[in-house]
Write a protein that binds this ligand. Structure first.
Ligand SMILES: *Cc1c(COP(=O)(O)O)cnc(C)c1O
Length: 394
């Protein structure tokens, strides 16, 4: 007799909800933040510089430009790429809305290229198919923490004259054929939201090896002004571009710098959890585990399973509700961007625009994964997934 799921009146696997992601802030982080709060500089000071330098060194880039969020980082990268009104930018449907939105902020048109059915990463052949004379740039997302097919995408970008922006909000510390993400695309974008690998509460970064792109990014995050107060000896300054206040404060940067020291430990723990899920779920009926392509060092921001719906007597909504009833805080990453009302109404998109992503969207469930999870939390997730899928197995 199978265990009765909590959704159908059984006892839940655990008494309290386990979130899908959570930060890990410790005493050293608090001390670093407190130190900056009592210093002379709360913003545009030495902690920002120190965080940028440490981050650039970590990802092997010449420049790192800190900004106020991952979304600001995307906006700055699209601006620095020189996208003009009427230009097109290609991106993936299976991501957070910020990627396509960043193209819209600068007056461009987002064009969605479908994903690979196994890895759910943007498909290079689909990118190639979508390039037109109006295409200015490509934003490819390292979905779940797995680097995109960088060599092929770089080759397409070079041949078709596109700026290649890598959205590595899920992938700080990841590697592609041994080389760190952050050193490979024309510009790479990171987020420090609390669910990401390293947090500054809110924050983001753009890395690049290109001096002139770095200069444009720095000016853009500071209202389009070419100098900061600390760099000036007189009252004079020049606004040369229309920018924004997208600065990251020294308080946030101090937290980021302290967190960055623990990045390797955070990644190691995420890998252990992913490996535990892989082992336990190998023989669980009704799901497919995440697929890792050759040459990728995956850093497991998300652990996304694909339900094998023909083998289950329920749809994703019911499996999702059943797992939540067990107090497992599963999630779905992502509602395809073309499905959102704004994109449907303004661009006539919706389901059908990217059939592989549309089909994947019906099957995907994100299991909790974050470094602070205890071994008992990991066991609870495994127990609940097995309990629910065995119950619904046909
Ligand atoms: C988190 C995230 C963003 C946005 O970052 P914020 O810091 O929340 O603005 C953009 N793209 C992807 C893929 C993300 O996961």
């Amino acid at each position: 007799m199978a265990d009765v799921p909590a959704l159908h009146g059984g006892a839940p696997v655990r008494p309290r909800m386990l979130p899908y992601g959570h930060q890990w802030v410790d005493e050293e982080d608090v001390a670093a933040v407190a130190g900056v709060l009592m210093s002379d500089y709360l913003t545009t000071g030495p902690a920002v510089r120190a965080f940028e330098e440490a981050f650039a060194a970590r990802v092997g880039a010449r420049h790192a430009v800190a900004v106020s969020s991952g979304t600001a980082a995307l906006h700055a990268a699209v601006h620095a790429a020189g996208l003009q009104p009427g230009d097109e930018g290609i991106t993936t449907p299976l991501t957070f809305a910020a990627d396509a939105n960043a193209i819209l902020y600068e007056g461009g048109s987002p064009v969605f290229a479908d994903v690979e059915p196994d890895t759910l990463l943007i498909a290079p052949a689909e990118v190639e198919r979508r390039v037109t004379p109006q295409t200015k740039l490509l934003i490819a997302v390292d979905y779940a923490g797995q680097p995109v097919e960088i060599a092929l995408l770089k080759e397409i970008a070079a041949r078709r004259g596109l700026v290649f922006i890598e959205d590595a909000c899920h992938a700080v510390g990841a590697r592609y054929e041994g080389r760190p993400v952050g050193s490979l695309a024309d510009m790479t974008v990171f987020s420090f939201h609390p669910v990401k690998h390293v947090t500054t509460a809110e924050g983001g970064m753009v890395t690049t090896d290109d001096d002139s792109l770095a200069r444009r990014l720095r000016v853009f995050r500071n209202h389009g002004i070419t100098s900061t107060p600390g760099e000036r000896t007189t009252w004079e300054y020049e606004m040369v571009d229309l920018g924004y206040n997208y600065r990251l404060s020294d308080v946030h940067s101090a937290l980021g710098l302290a967190q960055l020291r623990r990045l390797d430990a955070f990644i190691e723990r995420r890998r252990e959890i992913a490996a535990a899920y892989d082992r336990a779920l190998e023989k669980t009926p009704g799901l497919r585990r995440p697929v890792v392509a050759p040459g990728r060092d995956h850093v497991w921001h998300l652990y996304v399973v694909q339900l094998d719906l023909p083998r289950l007597g329920a749809d994703r909504a019911e499996i999702f509700a059943a797992l939540r009833a067990e107090n497992i805080g599963v999630n779905v990453h992502y509602i395809p961007v073309p499905h959102h009302p704004y994109y449907r109404e303004r661009f006539g998109l919706g389901p059908g625009a990217c059939p592989v992503a549309d089909a994947a969207y019906e099957r995907i469930v994100t299991l909790p994964i974050f470094p602070k999870m205890s071994p008992a939390d990991v066991e609870d997730v495994i127990t609940a997934v097995q309990k629910v899928l065995v119950w619904y197995r046909r």
